[in-house]
Design a protein around this ligand. Structure first.
Ligand SMILES: C[S@@+](CC[C@H](N)C(=O)[O-])C[C@H]1O[C@@H](n2cnc3c(N)ncnc32)[C@H](O)[C@@H]1O
Length: 440
């Protein structure tokens, strides 16, 4: 594996994208970090005690414990992203990804009347790379955003990652204000002088005109799994293997469980994954957007209500058995965008899911690539091209990842802008990314 150098290309250039962009949660390479096969981890011990005390647990409870348990959760105390970690994400692959998303938010802000202030709220910001790239675009387009009062709000449960985000994003001369007991557990000022705050829950983020961003966030939220049987739907649980007291196994519930209400009555698949936590977050986002305006942009791998068994683990850039050495590997399930759309309950309009390749193309990735490549030396140019290929190639991330947006109804159907005297209806401008980019 080759570690790539910093790309010195133009004013929008960011910090180095660290790796040859080959490792993402869908492609399996070795990083040298081997999965801890058959290891009795502290998390496994905790789960075995729990199951012995209260019986088998749902897959959702298992995912929640393994990923975000405050004492031992996979996400809580480690940096799992990048070359030495377990997977890589689009913002870590190329600066262009975040730049185009920054332009998307500015475009929506302009299309909806250039509000005097907005909050940028990122859910699950990883290393803070994506927000960093977006903030750089905001600085570069300072003349467009001038007089707009911007604040940044990060929703992050991981202590370790929030520290890395602060390092990436904040001005070190301004000390961080830490207040572990308060909803905003950390506050600071970004390198470009914008107030930034951290929360553990979206509910704690102040309400107000906001742009919400969730990249590879919904796929780590806990899913319930169900199997169709001759007796009807049965939920999948996790139990201790009777043959080995330090091993776990999947079992089917003997009777109906409460989570079955989440299955649609006309469901035709024989195996279904449902993520109620995603539903709650979408409802909260929808209510906020309907009430105070703004938009949500969600990017993740997923499907539109068609896939069945997608629950899987990643460790050291390899697929990992989800029940082995819990707490040492990432757990994930594809996002069901049809469920997210249903959960918006008509409060807001939704667009997508559309393929990452299409969204980025519509956002002008080719133009941006050319600008950067023309200013680069040969190694940096190769690096940019590799990053582009990883993001856009249908066999890599181009078709596997999708973009989905929530917008106020009036944004799509008109009503927020003064009417053109010649028209009987207002004509809202198209939403960037979801249609071809019109250069004006
Ligand atoms: C797969 S990583 C994606 C990171 C980043 N968005 C990226 O694309 O590089 C998931 C992120 O969500 C955070 N996370 C996981 N569960 C969460 C939860 N329930 N609430 C808030 N953040 C969570 C993780 O700590 C991590 O920052």
């Amino acid at each position: 594996m080759r570690v790539l150098a910093r790309v010195g290309v133009g004013p929008l250039c960011s910090a180095a994208r660290a790796v040859i962009p080959c490792f993402w949660r869908g492609k399996y390479f070795s990083s040298g970090r081997e999965p801890a096969e058959n290891q009795v981890t502290p998390m496994l011990r905790h789960l075995v005690y729990k199951i012995k005390a209260t019986g088998p647990i749902t897959v959702a409870e298992y995912m929640k414990e393994v990923l975000t348990n405050p004492a031992k959760g996979y996400y809580v105390y480690r940096d799992m992203l990048g070359e030495k970690g377990d997977f890589i994400t689009s913002p870590e692959i190329s600066q262009i990804f975040g730049e185009l998303l920054g332009i998307w938010f500015i475009s929506e802000w302009m299309a909806t009347g250039k509000n005097a202030a907005f909050q940028l709220v990122e859910l699950g910001p990883g290393r803070g790379t994506l927000s960093g790239d977006i903030l750089r675009v905001f600085s570069q387009l300072g003349s467009v955003l001038k007089n707009c009062d911007i604040s940044i709000h990060l929703v992050e449960v991981s202590e370790k990652l929030s520290e890395i985000q602060a390092l990436t994003l904040t001005e070190e001369k301004v000390p961080l204000e830490r207040n572990p007991g308060s909803p905003a557990y950390m506050k600071g000022v970004t390198k470009s002088g914008i107030p930034i705050s951290w929360y553990r829950d979206l509910q704690d983020v102040p309400k107000g005109y906001s742009f919400y961003l969730a990249h590879e966030f919904f796929d780590v939220l806990p899913v319930h799994k169900f199997q169709k049987t001759p007796q009807g739907w049965r939920e999948v649980f996790i139990d201790i293997d009777p043959q080995a007291s330090d091993k776990l196994r999947f079992v089917l519930a003997p009777c109906v469980t409460p989570a079955e209400v989440f299955i649609q009555s006309d469901e035709t698949r024989d195996h279904v994954e449902v993520c109620p936590e995603a539903g709650v977050i979408i409802q909260e986002l929808s209510q906020r957007i309907a009430l105070t305006g703004g938009a949500a942009l969600i990017a993740d791998y997923g499907h539109d209500g068609t896939k069945t068994d997608t629950f899987r683990g990643f460790c050291g850039h390899k697929l990992h058995d989800v029940l082995i050495a819990p707490g040492t590997a990432d757990l994930t399930a594809d996002v069901d965008f049809s469920y997210l759309r249903r959960m918006a309950e008509g409060k807001v309009a939704s667009l997508g899911p559309i393929k990452q390749q299409t969204f980025l193309k519509n956002m002008g990735i080719d133009v941006r690539l050319k600008v950067l490549a023309d200013k680069s030396d040969e190694p940096s140019r190769q690096q940019l091209l590799q990053g582009y290929d990883m993001l856009m190639n249908p066999k890599k991330m181009g078709e596997r990842f999708h973009f989905f947006a929530l917008l106020p109804h009036q944004r799509l159907h008109g009503g927020s802008h003064p009417m053109n005297a010649c028209q009987s209806k207002p004509s809202p401008s198209p939403v960037a990314g979801f249609g071809e980019l019109a250069w004006r």
